[in-house]
Design a binder for this molecule. Structure first.
Ligand code: ADP
Ligand code: MG
Length: 274
C-alpha cells in the first residue's frame, strides 16, 4: 500500500457528455505536479471528480489512494483520507463564520486519526486552534477580522483564494489539489500563496496544482508539468515545459495534435484577465 494518488484511465461525464477522456497520472507524496491547459480542457472536471462532486460521473477507470478506489467514497471520506481541493470558484456561505467552518472541518478531519469518530471531541484545545488560525491568517496576510466573517461572503476574488489556502494550511492534507488558485491574484498574492504551499512541501505532502499560467510555477517549481487538452494529458515534462508554454502559448501543442483553434478560442485560452 502506498500513499500516492494514482489516477488510472479516468473518464468523466457531465450530463452524459464525456469531458475527461482517459487520464493517467500518479502524484506521489513529496512531489508537486502542475496541470496546465487551455480553458475548457477538463482540468476542473478532473479536480471535482477527484474530490467527489456528485455532478461529475466517473464512467471508467479508477483513482487509487491508500489502497482504495476513492471513486467509491463520499467527499468527506476522501477528505479524511487526506485529500484536499481548493476550488477554482469558492462558494460564499452566509451565516457560517470562517473560524467555525475551519474548526468543524478540522474536527472532522482529525476524527479519523484519533479514533473519536467525529464525536465532537477533538484532541485539540480551542486555544490551540485559535493559535493555528491566527498564525496562518498572518502567513496569508489576511486580517484577523476574517476569522469572524462569514465564509467568503463579500471577500474579494483574491481573498477567497487565500481563504482556500488557509483551509489547506489548517487541515494539512497529504495530497492537495489546487484548481487555479493563482487566477485573479495579483503578483504579491501569487507569491504569498506559492510560499504557503512551499511551506507544506516535504515527504508527507503531494500537490496537484492546476493552472492556466506559468507565473505561479516560478515560485512553486513543480517536479512535473502536464498539459491537458480536450480531456486528455497530451504532454508531460519537467519545469521547462511550463516555460515553453509561457513563451509559445498552447497553440503549437494543439497544432502538433492536429487541433485547429479558432481565434476566439485562442483569446479565451490565453488572454484571460488575471
Ligand atoms: P477547465 O477547468 O480546463 O477550464 P472544465 O473542466 O471547467 O475545464 O470544463 C470542461 C468542459 O466541460 C467545458 O467544455 C465546459 O463547458 C464543460 N462543462 C463544465 N462544467 C459543466 C457543467 N456543469 N455542465 C455542462 N458542461 C460543463
Ligand atoms: Mg477550470
Amino acid at each position: 500500500m502506498t500513499d500516492q494518488l494514482e489516477i488510472r484511465d479516468l473518464h468523466v461525464n457531465i450530463e452524459r457528455k464525456e469531458i475527461v477522456k482517459g487520464v493517467n497520472l500518479t502524484v506521489k507524496k513529496g512531489e508537486v505536479h502542475a496541470i496546465m491547459g487551455p480553458n475548457g480542457s477538463g482540468k476542473s472536471t478532473l479536480a471535482m471528480t477527484l474530490m467527489g462532486h456528485p455532478k461529475y460521473e466517473a464512467t471508467q477507470g479508477e483513482v487509487i489512494f491508500k489502497g482504495q478506489n476513492i471513486l467509491e467514497l463520499e467527499p468527506d471520506e476522501r477528505a479524511r483520507l487526506g485529500l484536499f481541493l481548493a476550488f477554482q470558484y469558492p462558494l460564499e456561505i452566509s451565516g457560517v463564520p470562517l473560524s467555525r467552518f475551519l474548526l468543524q472541518a478540522l474536527k472532522a478531519r482529525r476524527s479519523e486519526e484519533d479514533g473519536s469518530e467525529g464525536n465532537g471531541k477533538p484532541k485539540m484545545a480551542f486555544g490551540e486552534f485559535r493559535k493555528l488560525l491566527m498564525e496562518n491568517l498572518q502567513v496569508l496576510r489576511l486580517d484577523k477580522s476574517f476569522a469572524t466573517r462569514y465564509l467568503n461572503e463579500g471577500f474579494s476574488g483574491g481573498e477567497k483564494k487565500r481563504a482556500e489556502i488557509l483551509q489547506m494550511l489548517v487541515l494539512k492534507p497529504e495530497i492537495a489539489i489546487l484548481d487555479e488558485t493563482d487566477s485573479g491574484l495579483d503578483i504579491d498574492s501569487v507569491k504569498i500563496v506559492a510560499e504557503a504551499v512551499n511551506d507544506l512541501r516535504g515527504p508527507d505532502f503531494g500537490c496537484l496544482a492546476i493552472t492556466h499560467y506559468q507565473r505561479i510555477l516560478n515560485y512553486l517549481e513543480p517536479d512535473h508539468v502536464h498539459v491537458m487538452v480536450d480531456g486528455r494529458i497530451v504532454k508531460s515534462g519537467g519545469p521547462e515545459l511550463a516555460h515553453e508554454l509561457e513563451a509559445k502559448g498552447y497553440d503549437w501543442i494543439l497544432r502538433e495534435l492536429g487541433y485547429e483553434m479558432t481565434h476566439q478560442e485562442q483569446e479565451q485560452g490565453q488572454g484571460e484577465v488575471a
